[in-house]
Write a protein of this length. Sequence first.
Length: 208
Amino acid sequence: MKRSTSYHGLSPIARALLIELIDRYNGSNNGFIALGVREAAYEIGCSQMSISRAARELDDADLVRPTQVGAWRGRQATEWRLTWRVCNKTGQLPRNQWQERKPYVQLLLPAPAKAPLTNSERQRRWRRRRAESQPTERIYIAANDDDEPYCIGRVYYGPYPWNFTWEDHTRIDWNDRRKATTPEQWQEQNPDVSQEELARLKDAEFPF
């Protein structure tokens, strides 16, 4: 129980209250261990509210259980039982399975070596990194004075947000451009296009 996560999750006052309950256990009075809030506050040296919270912590951690709740009018203290011992009042069996806390020595050990990647895993990692490094394209559209949309430029983003390039576009009719499915058709619709723009559009994807 001492090496369990239930014990190490307790506050200092809850641990002190548990020690007081263990000190009153004589081997045959489990379930009859009487300890009230006022007596526990006097023994530990804290407030009664802190003792109430500590008792709630012990109950939630399943370390101790009250078998009979005390009463102020009858001057009767609460009776407790330790869950890792046989209850002499109800005959309930003890709890023997506890989640063990990782020792501090294990935290100092080096991390285990990772298994080497297989050829298929190495290829998948290479494809993923290559796809992430490919630049992405974003088209910016604006409207002119006649509320007609046109493409004002493109931004090519690299693998990092700050790695980008900007390409300016000539102010062309966006509606006519969407009708074209090849650069040649778009050149017929826009005879005043420059050769540099046409060469760039031949490498682009149609339609936009």
